[in-house]
Every structure is written in structure tokens, then in C-alpha cells.
Design a protein around this ligand. Structure first.
Ligand SMILES: Cc1cc2nc3c(=O)[nH]c(=O)nc-3n(C[C@H](O)[C@H](O)[C@H](O)COP(=O)(O)OP(=O)(O)OC[C@H]3O[C@@H](n4cnc5c(N)ncnc54)[C@H](O)[C@@H]3O)c2cc1C
Length: 480
């Protein structure tokens, strides 16, 4: 039996290699290594072949050959995912990385739409939109390396969800290679189409378990003429919500980003990120990074922001604030926020949660979850930050200070992951929340999903998976 399986694998791999040509694959361990390790170094993947297809036709051929030989197929984008969704888990896996499929196929200014291949890096799409005086609003810390195929497959969130919605809301059409190798051409650019089930939504957020996305038509928006960015020192998360409600009203609903950051995050960033500078004269327990974007050309938005912050200060809602005076200052403020994840690495082992609760319950979530984990692991360092305007908090924990270089201390901390997750996710569920706001399930939360999703919901998901992928070859072991 083993010989038949080995022969079948060797034959399938030989056929795939022939389709792709020498530039389109690697089986060299050193070349494969970056594709097999995940962003957080939590898993070490295994695969028979890393494929780098250059066209939809090549992806379809790989999948068809893989399906005939019943080989696991794992789609991969920029490999920046946080939950192991792109990690291949068995040695016969064919990993399909889309990075060579990075063409912008078309940009239709009058339809405000851009057609892109799945391997386009997110920042390149943002730049292409800007070159056409348009905005593609999806924006996240990994935008210089994540690919749109990965963003679509994780239904990524990011910092502009408040105004423009999740990735799902930015999509007009998709092209997908199905698990049997057929190509579904759903690349429509329509804003209205009520002709039955909206199939594209099944692939968005599916984490590569239903097919390989090869291209998409995305919505573009008018570029805001004025952007004002403020960093604000506040008392606590409850003040942040009051401030958000006020800012929305005062700005004429032009708040595009509203990020909550505790002081502990800035301490990490200042310690580890070269060039980072403390943003305000005094230390504050909590901060908000807020951005307004609007259409006025005459400086009125800034005046309105100054007035709004002044009134908020009088009402006791903020302690200090700075409004960026240049693009350089604005970028520096965003760098502080975007460096949080990176700055956590040298602080030792971490346990991370990406939860959502109703916006109004964020303060309760943070105070309850913080107290609970501090009881469980004395000295744990809590970094509860993120997209508070969406009710989405990255509840990240770093091991107690001083043990970053001590392997035993790291291991002891990560050994608590299961218990800590149960504590944090139980509180999340009690507040009517979700255990995955934007990063997805992948490998990380697969075992937990059944505890937090309804039985009927899970049954429907399994039914869909069987219908699309009866042999279970597409990203097996992920999500379900
Ligand atoms: C510094 C940093 C900041 C981040 N900030 C955010 C944030 O604010 N919001 C947020 O949502 N995420 C964030 N992330 C997580 C990550 O960047 C996103 O999940 C991103 O969407 C993943 O894209 P990727 O191309 O790296 O996908 P990968 O990691 O390569 O893959 C992710 C999943 O998508 C599947 N997949 C990838 N490409 C395809 C395809 N073409 N077809 C089908 N399936 C595919 C994979 O199998 C896997 O399950 C952050 C990550 C980092 C490192």
C-alpha cells in the first residue's frame, strides 16, 4: 500500500512540475523553509512541493492533478496569518503560493472597480488605486507583505473597518479554482445582482478550505481630500467609547480609524522599535489613535477636530492630545500602532486572542478578562489593544517580565495557553462576542470552535465543506 501511495505521489508531483516549469516550483528544503514556518512560529509545516503558479490555468492544473491523486492542497498568500491557516501539515501536501500571480488586470474608474490577481500585495493595490486618484481602503499592519488572496480568505479587518467595513464588503466579484480543478468565473463587477445565492461570500473568510481564490474585483472609493490624525491620552476604555461617539457626531461621521492602545504597548514599542518616540509629554494609562478623513479642502476638518478635542478635554474625556502636523508625523503615529505586534516578540512568549464583543461592552470585557488572567498567571503582561470602534480587541498576553531568554519560563507560560484561552473566550461568549473577530480559525482555534458555535451552524458549515470538497483535500484540518 505504502508503495502505491508513494508512486501515486511521485507521479502527481512529476505532472505538476511539468505543468509549472522550473520557475514554478521548489522542493529544496532551504527554499521551502520560509513557506513552511508561520508568522508566529507556532507551527512547523511539512509539504512535498511548494508551487508558485503564474496563472489561473496553472492553479487549475495543480488542483486537478492533486484532486485525482487525493493530495492535500494548501493555498498560501503572504503567510502573515495569525492562526496557522496556511501551514501545510502532512509531507504529501502540495502548497500553492500565489505570489507570482500579482498582476492588476484592470482598473475601471467609472465603475470604481479594480480587478486584481490573488497574489497582489495589499500595498500594491492601495498604490494602484491612489495612482488613479482612488482609494482602496483595506489597511492593516501587514499590508506590505500580505496578499489580497489571503485578505479575502481571512475576510481581513484592519484599521478602516469603522468606515468601509471588512474585506467582504469591498468585493464585487471573485475567480476561484474549485477543489476538483474547475474554475468558477464569478468576476462580475456589478453592484446589484440578486440572481440567487451570492456564491462569492462562501469563499470569503473560508481560509482556503473551499477553493483557491485566483482573482477578485474590488470596490474603489473616492480619495479623501483631507486626513487628520490625532493621538489622544485618555483615562480608560470607557472614555474611549464616549470620545468615539462624540467624534462621530462632531466630524459628520468621517471617523475612519479609532484604535485603542494601552501604555504597556507603547512601552514595548519604545523599547524595541528603532526610532520610536514617546508621542505625548506625559505618560497616560490609555491612548486612542484616531483618524478623520473628509472631502473639505480648506482646513475645516482640522478645525473641527481641534474643537471636538477641546470640548472633550473640558468634559474630562481626554488628558492630552496631539494632531499630526505633517504626513511624516502622521506616519510616525501609525508606526507606533503598527509596531505593537513586532515589539511583543522580544518580550518572550505570548498568548494572543482576537475577540469581538458589542462595542458598548468593550470596557467590561477588558476589565473582566484582565483581572481573570492576572489571577491565573501572576505577573502576566496584558496588552489589550486594537479596533475598539469595531468592538474588536487584540487581547494579547506576554509572559511575566524578565524571562524572555529563559526557555523554561517561555515553555511554562505557553503551557497555560489552553486554560487562558478558556478563561478569555468564556468571558467573550458571556458578553455575546466572537472568539475570532478578524484573524480566523485556522489551526489555532479549530478545537475551540465547536464550544462557541451553534451545533446547527457547524452542521451547515460541514455540509458546505462536503458539497464543495467531498474528498477533503482543500486545506485539510483547518477551521473544521
Ligand atoms: C503585523 C501584522 C498585523 C496584522 N494586522 C491585521 C489586522 O489589523 N487585521 C486582520 O484582519 N489581520 C491582521 N493580520 C493578520 C494577517 O495579515 C491577515 O490575516 C491577512 O489577511 C493574511 O493574508 P496573507 O496573504 O498573509 O495570508 P496567509 O497567511 O498566506 O493565509 C491566510 C489564510 O488564507 C488562505 N489563503 C491565502 N491565500 C489564499 C488564496 N489565494 N485562496 C484561498 N485561500 C487562501 C490560507 O490557506 C490561510 O488559511 C496582521 C498580521 C501581522 C503580521
Amino acid at each position: 500500500m505504502a508503495t502505491i501511495a508513494a508512486t501515486r505521489l511521485a507521479e502527481a508531483l512529476a505532472r505538476i512540475k511539468a505543468v509549472l516549469g522550473p520557475k514554478g516550483w521548489t522542493a529544496e528544503p532551504a527554499e521551502m523553509a520560509p513557506y513552511l514556518a508561520d508568522e508566529r512560529r507556532l507551527w512547523q509545516g511539512r509539504a512535498a512541493l511548494v508551487c508558485l503558479p503564474a496563472s489561473t490555468k496553472e492553479v487549475a492544473a495543480i488542483v486537478q492533478i492533486g484532486a485525482e491523486a487525493r493530495l492535500p492542497i494548501v493555498p498560501q498568500g503572504g503567510n502573515t496569518g495569525m492562526c496557522g491557516g496556511a501551514v501545510p501539515q502532512s509531507p504529501d501536501t502540495v502548497l500553492v503560493n500565489l505570489r507570482r500571480m500579482n498582476r492588476i488586470r484592470a482598473l475601471d474608474r467609472l465603475n470604481d472597480a479594480i480587478t486584481v490577481e490573488a497574489g497582489c500585495v495589499l500595498a500594491d493595490i492601495q498604490n494602484a488605486a491612489e495612482d488613479a486618484d482612488r482609494l482602496f481602503p483595506l489597511s492593516l499592519g501587514a499590508e506590505g507583505s500580505c496578499q489580497i488572496g489571503g485578505n479575502l480568505s481571512t475576510n481581513a479587518g484592519g484599521v478602516n473597518v469603522l468606515r468601509y467595513g471588512m474585506t467582504r464588503e469591498l468585493v464585487l466579484g471573485l475567480e476561484v479554482v474549485l477543489p476538483d480543478g474547475r474554475v468558477w468565473d464569478g468576476l462580475g463587477a456589478l453592484r446589484k445582482d440578486n440572481t440567487g445565492y451570492d456564491l462569492k461570500h462562501l469563499f470569503l473568510g473560508a481560509e482556503g478550505t473551499l477553493g483557491v481564490i485566483t482573482a477578485a474585483v474590488l470596490k474603489l472609493f473616492a480619495r479623501p481630500r483631507t486626513v487628520e490624525t490625532a493621538l489622544i491620552g485618555i483615562r480608560d476604555p470607557a472614555a474611549a467609547l464616549e470620545l468615539l461617539a462624540r467624534a462621530r457626531a462632531d466630524s459628520g461621521d468621517t471617523v475612519v480609524a479609532f484604535e485603542l492602545v494601552p501604555r504597556a504597548c507603547f512601552d514595548f514599542v519604545l523599547r524595541h522599535i528603532p526610532g520610536a518616540v514617546d508621542p505625548l509629554a506625559a505618560r497616560h494609562d490609555w491612548y486612542v489613535l484616531m483618524e478623520w478623513a473628509g472631502g473639505d479642502l480648506g482646513g475645516a476638518l482640522r478645525e473641527r477636530m481641534e474643537a471636538s478635542l477641546g470640548e472633550a478635554a473640558e468634559a474630562g474625556l481626554l488628558r492630552d492630545a496631539t494632531i499630526a502636523a505633517s504626513d511624516e508625523q502622521r506616519n510616525a503615529l501609525w508606526r507606533l500602532r503598527d509596531s505593537i505586534t513586532e515589539s511583543q516578540k522580544p518580550e518572550g512568549a505570548s498568548i494572543k486572542h482576537d475577540v469581538a464583543v458589542p462595542v458598548s461592552r468593550v470596557p467590561e470585557f477588558i476589565s473582566r478578562a484582565t483581572a481573570a488572567v492576572e489571577r491565573e498567571v501572576p505577573g502576566v503582561r496584558v496588552l489589550a489593544f486594537g479596533h475598539v470602534g469595531d468592538g474588536n480587541i487584540h487581547f494579547n498576553l506576554s509572559q511575566p517580565a524578565g524571562g524572555a531568554q529563559d526557555q523554561a519560563a517561555r515553555t511554562a507560560f505557553t503551557a497555560r495557553t489552553h486554560d487562558i484561552n478558556a478563561i478569555v473566550h468564556t468571558i467573550t461568549a458571556e458578553l455575546g462576542g466572537s472568539i475570532s473577530a478578524e484573524h480566523g480559525i485556522g489551526l489555532l482555534k479549530r478545537a475551540e470552535l465547536p464550544h462557541y458555535k451553534s451545533a446547527i451552524g457547524l452542521d451547515l458549515m460541514r455540509t458546505l465543506k462536503r458539497a464543495f470538497d467531498p474528498h477533503g483535500i482543500m486545506n485539510p484540518g483547518k477551521v473544521l
